[in-house]
Structures are given as C-alpha cells and as structure tokens.
Design a protein around this ligand. Structure first.
Ligand code: ZN
Length: 174
C-alpha cells in the first residue's frame, strides 16, 4: 500500500476518533481502570463528617466501613479505586464519623452509596432500623441546613452531614 493510502487511512481513523470523543473518553477511562494498573493517582480525596443522632443519642459510626469484609456489602464501585488499596471509594478508617471519599476517576459519590457499602438503610422514612412513626421522624441536615436529598445527596469536601431521628422536640440541635 502506497504511503498516500496509509495517510488517508490514518486521517480517517483520527477523524472518527475526534467525532467519537465520548467513545474515546470511555476507552481512556477503561485504560485508567485496568486492575493491573495499581498506581493510578487518586483524583478525588475528600473528607465528609457524618453524625447520626437517634433520640438524642449519638450513634458511633463503625471504623473500617468499606474495608472490613463484614462492613463491605457491595462491590459496585470497587473499580474507582486502585485495586492495591483494597478499599471501597467510600470508607471509614476510625469511628470518628469521617467518611473518606477516594477515587481515581472524577465522578460524584452519594450518601446512599455509603449506606450501601455499610449495609444499612437510609431514606426519608428510615435510618437503620428506626422508621418514621407518629412521634418520630427522620431528618437530615448539611452544614446545619435541613436537606431533603437523603441518599441522593452528593458528597462535598469538608461538609458535615447530620441525620437525626426523633420527635420534633428532640430535633433542635442542628
Ligand atoms: Zn482520606
């Protein structure tokens, strides 16, 4: 094949790649997420504080959610962290309530996804095994302001999320 045809073919390939930018990006993401490739830098590393208050009592958030196999209930998002770290992108190290959000890919992560890996329930009706009844309600606050996003809430660095369950009389501190 003459060099004209080689260049023409290359030109067509490059044009198709430019047109198919999304496909190219997906291919690049697939390369980044190759499990062999364990030293990709973390592009997201955020810390969020979670507080859960049930009838005026602080609940201790366990350490090693998303690390300890007993507190690692889904593997749906495993691919977003280098395999050698052996953690879920949403995890705790200690019982301080600090959630670490770590990812080799820029994307959003939600509070609901944290509860998924923990294996606990959280939505507008229930926090863990405590559900709305005539007296008690689940409420959620982000940096002190009431939020109605519940599990859909997208994590932002340094925010403080408070989930409360109790009677309206109990729920004044946030
Ligand atoms: Zn961290």
């Amino acid at each position: 094949m003459g060099s004209f045809w080689v260049y023409l073919t290359l030109g067509v390939i490059v044009s198709l790649m430019a047109l198919g930018g999304v496909a190219v990006n997906n291919a690049l993401e697939a390369i980044k997420l190759n499990p062999q490739d364990g030293d990709k830098p973390l592009l997201i590393h955020m810390h969020v504080t979670l507080k859960i208050i049930i009838n005026d009592e602080s609940l201790t958030i366990p350490k090693e959610i998303g690390i300890d196999p007993k507190l690692y209930k889904t593997h749906e998002l495993d691919k977003y962290v280098p395999k050698k770290l052996g953690v879920y992108p949403l995890h705790t190290h200690d019982s301080s309530g600090v959630i670490h959000v770590e990812s080799a890919v820029i994307r959003t992560f939600t509070l609901g996804q944290f509860f998924d890996v923990w294996g606990e329930t959280f939505n507008e009706n229930c926090i863990m095994n405590k559900c709305n009844d005539q007296l008690n309600k689940v409420r959620m606050y982000v940096d002190g302001s009431e939020s109605f996003e519940f599990g859909d809430h997208v994590f932002k660095d340094h925010e403080i999320i408070t989930i409360e369950y109790g009677s309206p009389r109990d729920q004044q501190q946030a």
